[in-house]
Design a protein around this ligand. Structure first.
Ligand SMILES: [Zn+2]
Ligand SMILES: [Zn+2]
Ligand SMILES: [Zn+2]
Length: 99
């Protein structure tokens, strides 16, 4: 089997390592349905800030509103839209996070 490594989400740009949650819309690839929905709303709406809805869970990495919780990943007190975003926040080489 060959996987197209190096594919990244068209919305949040994280590397898509888990293709189970991947969503492909024509020539755009998203890490999950949540990013696909977020991108399509931003594309058609004029003010993305109206998207902020209190009470809705958002991905700690990309900020997409999590509508599809089947791909959701929870780690500690953080929630991610999918495995790909969860992995993207893991400390990689050169990644620094100030407290
Ligand atoms: Zn994404
Ligand atoms: Zn995602
Ligand atoms: Zn995310």
């Amino acid at each position: 089997m060959t996987y197209n490594t190096g594919t990244s989400c068209a919305n949040c740009d994280c590397s898509i390592v888990d293709v189970r949650t991947r969503v492909i819309h024509s020539d755009l690839v998203y890490c999950c349905a949540n990013c696909a929905a977020a991108m399509e709303q931003q594309g058609s709406g004029s003010d993305p800030h109206t998207l902020s809805t209190a009470g809705e869970a958002r991905c700690s990495h990309c900020g997409s509103v999590i509508r599809d919780d089947t791909s959701m990943v929870m780690e500690g007190d953080q929630v991610f839209c999918c495995t790909n975003c969860a992995r993207a926040t893991e400390p990689a080489s050169g990644a620094t996070r100030a407290p």
